[in-house]
Design a protein around this ligand. Structure first.
Ligand SMILES: O=P(O)(O)OC[C@H]1O[C@H](OP(=O)(O)OP(=O)(O)O)[C@H](O)[C@@H]1O
Ligand SMILES: O=c1cc[nH]c(=O)[nH]1
Length: 191
């Protein structure tokens, strides 16, 4: 959704690894405990992963919270492609109905889950999509990486790592379920 991520085949240079697989795992364990602490249990929680990499993160968090609290946690999927604000004309919008989240969000305390928080436009779209499915009691945001540069008044309640970045840098989150590797990289656009 961002200017950088919309570029076709940008030249990039790797600047370093920000998180290893074990660091991602430890961070998710901490975030799962934070969610449980904030909600005083897990009865009303619903985790909703934003496609694509928010989905496996939400699933992993759901498994961790279920183990901590010994109760099932509803975990669903939100596809925001229908709601993106860069598809501004009706013609450009995909002619598909919003897909099912997987459980009824009405009255629930929803935690939206994504891998990177940057401008905030993905989350704005996700809120639109979420409220088309029902009326949650509350909505919080969890992101593995907050890299700054917000363009909207959006902030995360649960943050894995805050990484100050320049606009020429990109955070690349790689997850086994999608990328067949597990790490977080900092890369830079080169001219
Ligand atoms: O705060 P924003 O500026 O909206 O940027 C954050 C979004 O960018 C990435 O998704 P991307 O659109 O690159 O799609 P992907 O998940 O398919 O990689 C990332 O997964 C976040 O969803
Ligand atoms: O750096 C960024 C910005 C948006 N989305 C990403 O995945 N990384």
């Amino acid at each position: 959704m961002s200017d950088i991520t919309e570029m076709q085949n940008p030249k990039i240079r790797e600047k370093g690894r920000l998180m290893s697989a074990s660091e991602i795992e430890r961070t998710l364990v901490r975030l799962a405990h934070e969610i449980v602490e904030k909600h005083d249990g897990c009865e009303n929680i619903g985790l909703v992963g934003i496609k694509r990499r928010g989905v496996p993160l939400a699933q992993r968090l759901g498994t961790l919270i279920s183990k901590i609290e010994k109760c099932p946690v509803d975990t669903g999927v939100l596809d925001i492609s229908f709601y993106r604000d860069d598809l501004s004309t009706d013609d450009a919008r995909p002619k598909v109905a919003p897909c099912d989240i997987g459980f009824d969000v009405t009255g629930r305390d929803i935690v939206l889950v994504d891998d990177v928080l940057y401008t905030g436009r993905t989350i704005r779209a996700a809120l639109d999509a979420l409220f088309d499915h029902g009326r949650p009691r509350s909505v919080q945001l969890l992101t593995l990486i907050d890299r700054g540069h917000r363009e909207l008044p959006i902030q995360a309640t649960f943050v894995g790592r805050t990484i100050p970045t320049s606009k020429r840098e990109i955070i690349e989150v790689k997850l086994n379920e999608i990328d067949e590797q597990e790490q977080v990289l900092l890369v830079e656009l080169v001219d």
